[in-house]
Design a protein around this ligand. Structure first.
Ligand code: BG6
Ligand code: MG
Length: 218
């Protein structure tokens, strides 16, 4: 029996990875640090601070500079967010959320992003979510299970009845560590540890997902 679906935001509900990339790239260019799209793939699902550490590739900054650089990147990122509308929902997402609700399944958001609530508002889907966990909710980021556990707690749903939808390796690891089902969205090399993998949610049906899950998450 499944009673809740928890969704990651970036790469699952909307594709903000490109905005994150352009914002980090601008910062990296200003600071003369090499940063490619391939480097950016490693930042998928990773918290803002851990993303900066990856971008720095071992270079050490003072805490004050770390905070200032993260702030600068976030300013660039928030400029992109101003233009987000319902048209930025990934294909199939709205229908999938509505069908899940019709099945009586609770809907939670579990995003590492401190901007998650603003993104949901921009997308016009905030009211569909019964609980929202974001970059402020817990201190241990994915791959720690904490955020998924926190959101499931808000929904009062046991981990073994909870399904996580994730596009990042760190997110799949976090879901499995939480004792939840994991549905991976993306290439097998990235999300292959999930119980079920789809390229994206477009064309995926709630009943098909439920039927594809094993009897127990582990
Ligand atoms: C995740 C993104 O959802 O949020 C990461 O996949 C991002 O790329 C992280 O670094 C933190 O986001 P924010 O908005 O708090 O900087
Ligand atoms: Mg993601």
């Amino acid at each position: 029996m499944v009673s809740a679906f928890l969704f990651d935001l970036d790469g699952v509900i909307t594709d903000t990875a490109e905005f994150h990339y352009r914002s980090w790239k601008r910062l990296a260019d200003e600071e003369n640090i090499a940063f490619t799209r391939e480097d950016n793939e490693k930042l998928r699902g990773v918290s803002r601070r851990d993303s900066l550490l990856l971008l720095l590739k071992g270079r050490v900054l003072s805490e004050a500079d770390m905070l200032a650089w993260m702030d600068r990147k976030n300013g660039y990122y928030r400029d992109y967010l101003k233009d987000i509308t319902e048209a930025d929902l990934l294909p199939g997402v709205k229908g999938f959320l509505l069908t899940a609700k019709n099945h009586g399944i609770k809907i939670g958001l579990a995003s590492a992003s401190k901007n998650a609530k603003d993104v949901l508002d921009g997308l016009g889907v905030a009211s569909l979510f019964d609980a929202v966990g974001d970059g402020y909710s817990v201190s241990n980021p994915k791959p720690a299970p904490d955020l998924f556990v926190w959101v499931a707690g808000r929904l009062a749903t046991p981990p073994a009845q909870t399904v996580v939808f994730e596009d990042a390796e760190a997110g799949i690891e976090a879901a499995l560590a939480a004792g939840m089902y994991a549905v991976g969205l993306g290439p097998i090399e990235r999300v292959g540890k999930a119980h079920v993998v789809y390229p994206h949610l477009d064309g995926v049906n709630v009943d098909t997902v439920l039927a594809a899950l094993p009897a127990q998450p582990r």
